[in-house]
Write a protein that binds this ligand. Sequence first.
Ligand code: G3P
Ligand code: MG
Length: 235
Amino acid sequence: MFQYPTLSRPFIWAHRGSSALLPENSLAAFHRAIRDGADGIECDLQLTRDKEVVILHDETLERTTQAQGLVSEWLWAELQSVPLKGDPTLRVPRLADLLAMAAPPTALNLEIKDPSPLLVDRVLEMVRDYGLGDRVLLSSFHHPQLHYALAQDPDIAVAALYSARLLDPAAVARSVPCSILHMDREYTPAEDLLKLRACHIHTGIYGIHSYSHYERARRNGATAVFLDDPLWAVQ
Ligand code: G3P
Ligand code: MG
């Protein structure tokens, strides 16, 4: 099971790969993140019409690719030749492409975007086939997806995502149940991180868009951060 290591700095997830430098969620952005020393890669997962697991943030294609419409209405055979915006030589990757390239010790935070349990089934199957259980952390804003993943495989590590100022974040962790929460910088004051640490809950901060955001999260004792450029952590 994946566990955050004990470090003297936050664990660095490359958010959608090195997405400040290269098209987000592309294999090029993932390669760059590994080269630049990220501890792990975060990426977003969707399902095509024929149930291929693909790496794409939005449920629609227009923001990041040169095609349009819902990814769930495209067949993989059609989608695989669609260029990404920003670099027409790049394509939407499949999860299988990332799993094949990310050698140890790079960790993988696979964010389940689609609410269908079938996506969880497919991801767990691939994590098993590639023998990646120790390096994979599943996360989702859809907490029933995490609950379902744990029911299928109690040894998979999961993190609950949220984007709000909550009265009791620890209660969210207990409800899954999990001991890792990933939360939006905008809604996370230092006192929440302190309280969660006292409850032995690990914290990962996303929505970090500059070096100063990173520095504040580090000072406040976040376990992990999501950086659009991992090099911010080595300045
Ligand atoms: O997993 C952290 C972060 O990626 C969650 O937000 O919208 O960037 O997927 P989003
Ligand atoms: Mg994400």
